[in-house]
Design a protein around this ligand. Structure first.
Ligand SMILES: *Cc1c(COP(=O)(O)O)cnc(C)c1O
Length: 224
């Protein structure tokens, strides 16, 4: 079987496993433009990258109808590169970054959609706001300060563990927070995206109501 056939097979199986209404973001970090193009040729349009430099290098050489999701930790100094490109910025972790995104969006006269990243894992290394910080930020959201930013929902990453119960409990907590914050959001009907689940914890995330999954290895194979 050719690489292209293998990719098509994995893509078809993954799509069949996703409930209606769940967006699949193909995480293409470390993948070549040719690999991304192969999935684009199958009709896929949502791709996720988590390094600003890598996204900046790939975006100009790939089709312009790709919706790029920035799923990594966005440094303020990189916002000026990412705001012009991103369809959705998943990793927003506070007011200083929102100020920088707003400034860049204003310069381009464009709106930009974001998710707040919430720290739900036990690992120290994962970025994001605590649930309490996320709640405070939504409650105090200042549409005059961030008029061009659309607050679309939450993103989180579970602990990397074989304990499926723990993973599910972490996703459950994020889903509960999402439900609690939705009515408090500046535009509740647009606060509609719950980004959780990747190759290793997809069933747990879907069981807890994820409507956007970020999948790399289960689509493209192991990263080299
Ligand atoms: C790499 C990455 C993924 C995808 O991970 P896989 O295990 O390859 O599916 C999802 N989300 C984020 C934030 C990532 O950095």
């Amino acid at each position: 079987m050719s690489d292209a056939d293998a990719l098509a097979g994995r893509y078809a199986r993954l799509k069949a496993a996703l409930p209606a209404g769940v967006t699949l973001v193909a995480v293409s970090k470390t993948r070549s433009p040719a690999e991304i193009k192969a999935l684009h040729d199958l009709g896929h349009r949502d791709f996720g990258e988590n390094y600003a430099q890598e996204l900046r290098a790939k975006q100009p050489v790939l089709p312009s109808d790709i919706r790029w999701h920035f799923i990594g930790h966005l440094q303020r100094s990189n916002a000026r590169h990412i705001v012009p490109i991103a369809h959705l910025i998943h990793g927003v972790d506070g007011a200083p970054l929102l100020d920088e995104i707003e400034k860049r969006a204003a310069g381009l006269e464009r709106a930009v959609d974001v998710l707040l990243q919430v720290h739900i894992a036990q690992e120290e290394t994962k970025h994001g706001l605590s649930p309490a910080e996320a709640e405070a930020l939504v409650r105090e959201w200042d549409t005059a300060r961030w008029p061009r930013i659309g607050l679309r929902g939450l993103m989180g990453m579970a602990t990397l563990t074989a304990d499926e119960g723990q993973v599910r409990a972490e996703f459950h907590g994020l889903a509960q927070l999402f439900g609690r914050l939705k009515p408090l959001a500046p535009a509740p009907e647009r606060f509609d995206t719950l980004s959780m689940g990747m190759s290793g914890d997809l069933p747990q995330a879907l069981a807890e109501g994820s409507n956007l999954v970020r999948v790399g290895t289960a689509l493209f194979g192991e990263r080299g």
